[in-house]
Write a protein that binds this ligand. Structure first.
Ligand code: BGC
Ligand code: NOJ
Length: 814
């Protein structure tokens, strides 16, 4: 069963009942001001950094599950009945509930006793604020006298401190109320020069800013005292928990509709101009007032919403496909691309599963995410690449993550994840192929953000490459360090202390345990680097890179092959991991996918063998499992991977991130049927009909689907922020549909199911729109092509002559 439906025309998912199995969320904001919003208006907002500049409070892992939000209460002033149009927090029996999650906005509403109330939430482009536009309609035959109460609970900025340091925080909260606008200014009197504000378009009947006055002692958000009695208390917060709530009275004739606009925003003042008058303790509001005034006007809201829609039309218009599979179409054309932008903005920081406190922007995460968004926001991708590279260390290693606000490497997790540096090469190669912007390689970039340490970005890539070669183990394979892509395979950790972090604990020297996965990644990255070096004219380096790749390939074949599949690793005692010799964890997905992607074993049938083993041992109807058999107990020498109960997360869960590696590998062997079959098994839209089992949003990928060893087999978790988004997008657009950017031009190399009669793709590449029509004449993958009516050899569309901005391509597959 499902909880809603896709409205593909509007690019919305429409949820038709509020009690989804889990909160189904969406993102607001595309630049600096962001929010998450659930289908019942739960969620929170922040400026740039979900940890350091959190505007509103959210209670993770609460009961009910999703709590803290952008709640509006309605009240009938004659009957005294009140309700929340978004269902939460009052959970009344509302009718015609719907939540439309769209591109950068959500519209949540319902009808209660003939009052329709619907709120549009979005962040205007270029602004650090969000708009809530409430539209109320009297659908009955009698005039109605209503009250509207808004509500937000302010977070005292640092979300970590806010949820732990109560002895201080209960005494620091401060607000100002000025002409109906509520300003949250905790710590503004000392070192902060930023504040939040919450404004309303209508004349107020009252307001509240102290939580426990608004709610009343011992009450929750489902029954605020102010709402129940129908009148605000005009409270002013001094310490405790500052909130913002406006009270507006509305009288509606039958059929009448009114809009009420609320604006919640973030503003910074120059340090020298914080107060007005200078020397006072009052916020200087001169520069913020015009912005507030602007967005309290309906016309400005309409215009901003139009621009937002146009922005997404443009981004999504850059790659549009029409295939025989509606689930693929929907993901490619709308939701998967949209999710890639969410991972661009958030990396792994803020979702319903990521608390916004712990993880900042991941080095390997964001470099891989590039694959999914570089074609949509190339300029911002450029900035991201340079920011990431600036956190690289002189050794070539990398901080595992950095804070988006400061752009500094985050020491909480540190470095020594030995795959991290190689992903920079993969990401930069993708950037270059997409944009042709070779100038990026000549940008001086520091190490560890230290001024004076700069070298060209190109040199950073060389250090990434050497980092691996400087760290080879006894079999000539790369040492794994703290961990590789699977940050739960902790071969140097040996932790027997409860609560100790698997991510940061290293109890062994790390000179023995090796990763076949990194070896595969190295071969791929070294070959990418050779291509880059070739185009820079660095011939001797080309040889170095290619030789090292070839040597590593030989090593993998000699030391990393288990007979029917690639080994996963050698542990600290030199024992095999991911081998038929193991009792558990005999075969892992990662080296199969990645070694084949790197071209290892293509020549001698081992690639085929490895992928057939995956099909036999790891593939399930819900997707491909990470490893089998699951670890049934904790293994000191393997670390976190064995800490999860069988079937969950990295212990034999279906980790959706690496499924596309196998899809891509299958396309390299020409197997479009299998590649697309794997694609469809984890496609969230295709799983919509089993929402009761899948439980997560049907419009975005989740990091994990529980594997067959789990009691809840097929249940998804950790939706939204996962490398799954970029890799699936890459797999379907570039490998299966096979339209891919290269240094020479756009290549058309589809490897699609034999049953497909054809498909079309319209794709903008370096300013030129390519309309590509593929039709099938035979079962194979060979391509015959005409470009603007002229037949060309091979499958490369070279760049058209200057001035030409659209090209028509006809392709026959046989
Ligand atoms: C999770 C990983 C995650 C890691 C980093 C682990 O517990 O299983 O998926 O990447 O923590 O925090
Ligand atoms: C999630 C992390 O964000 C990612 O970096 C890692 O590769 C996967 N977990 C697999 O362990």
């Amino acid at each position: 069963m499902s909880y809603g439906f896709f409205d593909d025309k509007q690019r919305e998912y429409v949820i038709t009942r509020p009690d989804t199995p889990l909160p189904w969320i969406n993102y607001l904001g595309c630049e600096a001001y962001f929010g998450i919003i659930s289908n019942t208006a739960g969620g929170y907002s922040f400026y740039k950094d979900a940890r350091l500049r959190r505007l509103t409070r959210y209670r993770y892992n609460n009961a009910p599950f999703d709590f803290g939000g952008r709640y509006i209460y309605m009240r009938d002033n004659d009957s005294g009945r009140f309700w929340s149009p978004s269902w939460e927090p009052t959970q009344d029996k509302i009718e015609k509930y719907s939540c439309r999650h769209g591109m950068g906005y959500s519209i949540i509403g319902s009808t209660f006793e003939r009052i329709r109330a619907e709120t549009l939430y979005f962040v205007p482009l270029g602004e650090n604020l969000e708009i809530w536009q409430l539209v109320v309609t009297n659908e009955g035959k009698k005039p109605r006298r209503l009250s509207v109460f808004s509500s937000v609970e302010f977070c005292l900025w640092d979300a970590q401190d806010d949820s732990t340091n109560f002895q201080r925080n209960f005494s620091t909260g401060q607000v100002e109320i000025d002409r109906g606008v509520i300003y949250h200014k905790t710590e503004y009197r000392e070192r902060r020069n930023h504040f939040a504000y919450f404004a309303c378009s209508e004349k107020l009947a009252g307001y509240d800013t102290q939580r426990d006055v608004f709610l009343g002692a011992y009450r929750g958000w489902d029954r605020p005292a102010a709402v129940e009695r129908g009148r605000s208390f005009n409270s002013e917060a001094h310490g405790w928990a500052p909130i913002g709530s406006h009270h507006v009275k509305l009288s509606l004739k039958p059929g009448e509709t009114r809009r009420v606009i609320f604006v919640l925003g973030y503003h910074e003042n120059p340090v020298s101009g914080k107060f007005d008058p200078p020397g006072s303790q009052t916020i200087n509001k001169r520069s913020v007032k015009p912005t507030i005034a602007k967005y309290l006007k309906p016309a400005a809201v309409d215009a901003a919403f139009e621009s937002l829609r146009a922005y997404w039309d443009r981004l999504l218009g850059l790659y549009q496909a029409k295939t025989p599979d509606r689930h693929a179409n929907r993901m490619v054309n709308i939701w998967n691309a949209y999710q890639c932008m969410a991972t661009f903005n958030m990396s792994r920081s803020a979702s319903f599963y990521e608390s916004g406190i712990g993880r900042g922007l991941g080095f390997r995460d964001s470099t891989q995410d590039l694959l999914g968004f570089v074609h949509m926001v190339p300029e911002r991708a450029r900035e991201r690449v340079l920011d990431l590279a600036a956190t690289q260390l002189e050794s070539g290693g990398a901080y595992h993550q950095y804070q988006p606000l400061t752009k500094r490497g985050n020491n909480d997790v540190g470095s020594n994840f030995n795959d991290d540096p190689l992903w920079l090469i993969v990401g930069v190669a993708a950037y270059l192929k997409e944009t042709g912007d070779w100038s990026i390689l000549d940008v001086p970039v520091p190490y560890d953000n230290k001024p004076g340490s700069e070298s060209l970005l190109y040199e950073h890539l060389g250090r990434s490459f050497r980092y691996t070669l400087d760290r080879l183990g006894p079999h000539g394979l790369p040492l794994i360090g703290r961990a590789d892509w699977n940050d739960c395979l902790n071969l140097n950790c040996f932790s027997d202390t409860p609560g100790e972090s698997f991510q940061t604990t290293t109890n062994k020297e790390g000179k023995v345990a090796e990763s076949v996965f990194i070896a595969g990644l190295f071969v791929l990255a070294a070959r990418e680097l050779a291509e880059i070096a070739k185009r820079r004219g660095s011939t001797s380096e080309v040889q170095t890179y290619l030789k090292a790749a070839a040597r590593m390939e030989e090593t993998v074949l000699a030391q990393g092959w288990d007979g029917e599949w690639f080994l996963r690793a050698y542990d600290d005692s030199g024992r095999k991991v991911g081998s038929r010799e193991c009792d558990e964890g005999k075969i892992f997905i990662e080296p199969q996918g990645f070694c084949v992607m790197a071209g290892v074993g293509l020549g001698d049938g081992r690639a085929r063998k490895a992928l057939d083993s995956v099909n036999k041992m790891l593939a399930t109807p819900h997707g491909i499992i990470l490893q089998q058999p699951a670890y049934s107990k904790y293994y000191l020498h393997l670390g976190e991977i064995s800490s999860y109960p069988p079937g969950y997360k990295e212990n034999a869960g279906i980790f959706c991130h690496n499924n596309p590696w196998v899809m891509i590998a299958e396309t390299m062997l020409g197997n479009g049927d299998r590649a697309f079959d794997y694609y469809s098994r984890i496609n969230p839209s295709a799983r919509e009909k089993i929402s009761r089992i899948h439980r997560c949003e049907p419009y975005v990928y989740a990091q994990m689907i529980a594997g067959r060893d789990a009691p809840t087999y097929g249940e998804a978790k950790n939706s939204w922020l996962t490398g799954t988004a970029a890799w699936n997008y890459f797999a379907i657009t570039q490998s299966i549909l096979g339209i891919r950017p290269t240094y020479e031009g756009l290549v058309v190399a589809p490897v699609v199911p034999g049953s497909w009669k054809g498909f079309t793709v319209s794709r903008v590449f370096q300013g030129v729109r390519y309309d590509i029509r593929v039709s099938r004449k035979g079962k194979g993958n060979s391509v015959k092509m005409t470009v603007d009516g002229r037949s060309v050899e091979g499958n490369l569309i070279s760049r058209p002559t200057a001035g030409i901005t659209s090209v028509a391509v006809q392709v026959t597959l046989s």
